[in-house]
Design a protein around this ligand. Structure first.
Ligand SMILES: NC(=O)c1ccc[n+]([C@@H]2O[C@H](COP(=O)([O-])OP(=O)(O)OC[C@H]3O[C@@H](n4cnc5c(N)ncnc54)[C@H](OP(=O)(O)O)[C@@H]3O)[C@@H](O)[C@H]2O)c1
Length: 329
């Protein structure tokens, strides 16, 4: 089964999206970060499209918009949901961009993507300290872009690297009239705190959600997992008594004996990470960031699989249910 057969409605946007989305940022940036080059990046996007992924997320700052633009030329524009982002500052702590500079950035994104319309335009990594400015200066500019037909829906992504407990988006969601149709939220099995802090509310308001950080470094690199769990145990964030083997802290997740009827045990932690997110109520799209056509194929298959076994989910909840300070990065 591929992502084609698994579609959902993206909240109040009404867009019909594949549950698996291709993330063109993160550590991989379609391979550009590893020096694999533009043509390779285009081929990863094309492979995702072949697999039925119709939702592609990029950003001005990733350097992948041109590759996405080239790849989607081979399909009808209406078949693809394009999500991109523009940051409010070039570097952390810089003065924020003006609304005019923001709009110029969006025009440049349209040109690199080779389209006349962006489906989902994000304010990239919106921090609590930027909310007031964003609402006063940038959201009105986004609304004008929407009136002009250059964007379809307003969105914001979290600054999850720093805001792991979701302070900024919890504040935004206090307001029934908050303007974002889509939110990109950090969520994974090591830090499920968005479940109660954001996802109940996004569902009430009909806000569509894209999940980022499903796997990141911690679930794709065993040494990082050992390091991060070890650090969390030493800080008292995770109860040591709940971890059988600190050198293989999530061994129970991939234990074949954990399988339940209709819910196979995951073979890898990556599969577990993507399945965990794909079945979370309130998550619409699970982004997978990769440099590899083989990996996106594996991840689309993982996202299409049944939920993790109940007993595994219960044990994960016992260990990580109250964690709100890990990102998995
Ligand atoms: N604040 C923001 O707005 C923000 C921040 C972060 C991310 N994002 C968005 O969210 C997307 C997803 O986040 P992410 O890129 O961190 O993705 P992710 O899917 O959580 O993690 C991807 C990492 O896992 C590895 N990986 C993936 N599949 C694998 C497989 N089957 N086998 C082995 N390794 C595998 C990738 O390396 P390989 O290259 O080797 O596959 C990469 O290092 C980003 O691409 C971006 O679009 C947004």
């Amino acid at each position: 089964m591929t992502a084609t057969t698994n579609r959902r409605t993206l909240g109040r946007t009404g867009l019909k999206t594949s549950i698996a989305g291709l993330g063109c940022g993160g550590h991989s940036r379609l391979g550009l970060r590893k020096g694999l080059g533009h043509d390779h990046a285009v081929s990863v996007v094309r492979r995702a499209l072949e697999l039925g992924v119709n939702h592609i997320d990029t950003a001005e700052s990733y350097g992948t918009e041109s590759a996405v633009g080239e790849a989607i030329r081979s399909v009808s524009r209406d078949e693809v949901i394009l999500s991109t982002k523009k940051s409010l500052w070039a570097f952390d702590g810089d003065p924020p961009v003006t609304a005019d500079v923001f709009v110029q950035g969006v025009e440049a994104s349209l040109s690199r993507l080779g389209v006349d319309r962006i489906d989902i335009l994000h304010i990239h990594a919106l921090a609590t300290s930027q909310i007031e400015f964003a609402m006063a200066e940038i959201v009105p500019a986004m609304l004008r872009l929407r009136e002009q037909g250059k964007i379809r829906f307003l969105a914001a992504s979290e600054y999850f690297d720093k805001d792991r407990g979701h302070d900024a988006f919890a504040r935004l969601l206090e307001d029934d009239g908050q303007p974002f149709d889509v939110m990109m939220i950090g969520f994974n099995l090591l830090n499920p705190s968005a479940r109660h802090r954001l996802l109940t509310r996004t569902q009430e308001l009909g806000v569509g959600t894209q999940c980022m950080f499903a796997v990141r470094a911690a679930l794709s690199q065993p040494a990082k997992l050992v390091e991060q769990i070890g650090d969390a145990m030493s800080r008292g964030v995770i109860d040591r008594a709940l971890i059988d083997d600190p050198l293989d802290p999530l061994a129970f997740v991939t234990d074949p004996a954990s399988a339940e009827p209709g819910r196979p045990a995951p073979v890898t932690l990556m599969e577990a990470g993507y399945r965990f997110c794909a079945h979370e109520p309130g998550i619409d799209v699970v982004l997978s960031g990769t440099s590899s056509g083989v990996h996106i194929e594996e991840n689309v298959a993982s996202i299409s699989m049944p939920a993790l076994p109940e007993a595994t989910l219960d044990r994960l909840e016992t260990i990580f249910g109250s964690v709100d300070c890990l990102s998995g990065n």
